[in-house]
Design a binder for this molecule. Sequence first.
Ligand code: ACO
Length: 369
Amino acid sequence: MGTRLVGLGKALPKLEIENDALQALVDTNDEWIFQRTGIRSRHVAVSESTLELACDAAALALGSAASASDGESAWCEEPIDPASIDLVICATLSADTLIPSAAASIKRVLGLENAVAFDLNAACSGFIYGLSVADSMLAASCALPEGAAKQTMRRALVVGVDRLSRILDWQDRSTCVLFGDGAGAAVVEWDAEAPGIIATCLKTIDDTKNTLTCASIFASNTPFDEQGKLLGDAEDPSYATLCESLEVEPELMKSTVHMAGQSVFRFASRALCSGIEAVLEQSGLTIDDIALIVPHQANERIIRYAAKRLDLDMDRFLVSLAHTGNTSAASVPIALAEAYASGKIKKGDKIIAVAFGAGLTYGALLFEA
Ligand code: ACO
């Protein structure tokens, strides 16, 4: 018995920006970007909101919307009754609104009348964290004795969505070329027969060097200073306190993404290996039992490095970032939706999904499709 994936969907904004188009903004070129990352293009949301992308992906995962003509955007065992969804978790760091949560808005737009909904921020690891939380909640609920006075949950929708284009510094060539916007969604349900999710590993490591930071995009409106006098237009004093607590230089704590690329690269490649090794050890399985590894799609070189360290051929890993770039929390569910829809993942296959991101976070799941 376990939590099993029964539907997947992905959504990308209409506008696709090729590497060369970024030359109009920063000193870069297609050759540098492709060689260092494997990225050729990314999608950028202009008119699409984070909510719209999330709902498009979720509707496909629920089987309540037709898949796009490429046939690679959705897979669903059978259409799912929206009223049967008990839980919505949205993993995002770029929701359109602080309140309501993105998850609450997804619930409302899609008419998931019986679901409880909340957001979760674990940056690019968010979908793995979300799926793991959903798995724990379904497992705890389904272990309850008959008639227990607790809420039961059998089916969950987990969405990973990010629109990082709105918080990128488009003058910073070391970050703006890496990311793209998008959404991916999965419907999971408790299955008394199938194993579903077999092993999970979640880790959060202190980011003592502040390698990945972005301040809240909302400036403080608090009108008082410490003595209760009106502040006027003075700078938000809590900003200095925050920078002191995190030991970060104020100029690094901007409301755009700051990244120390090489440090993140080293963390990321180690995190991929540790996540994979942890779920294998927990499950008692070996790498030979695994049909496919679906890693966070940040940079092909990070995946190559991990493959080398684990002594694995690259064809054991799904690499699908060439036309999406790093879509943050959406990256793993987008890759999974494509792999299921194209038949790369078949029923009974044992799969590892693994991601890393700001926090610093990483996590892995081993499941049977
Ligand atoms: N175009 C051209 N040149 C560039 C660009 C660009 N877009 N960006 C940087 N350069 C230059 C640098 O300025 C540097 O020039 P210099 O030698 O004259 O100083 C040179 O290229 C090499 O720069 P490095 O930073 O050493 O390049 P590296 O090979 O490390 O690649 C990269 C940089 C792609 C950012 C890599 O470090 C990386 O992928 N890091 C991990 C990023 C990541 O995966 N983040 C995921 C988590 S994000 C999240 O959770 C929100």
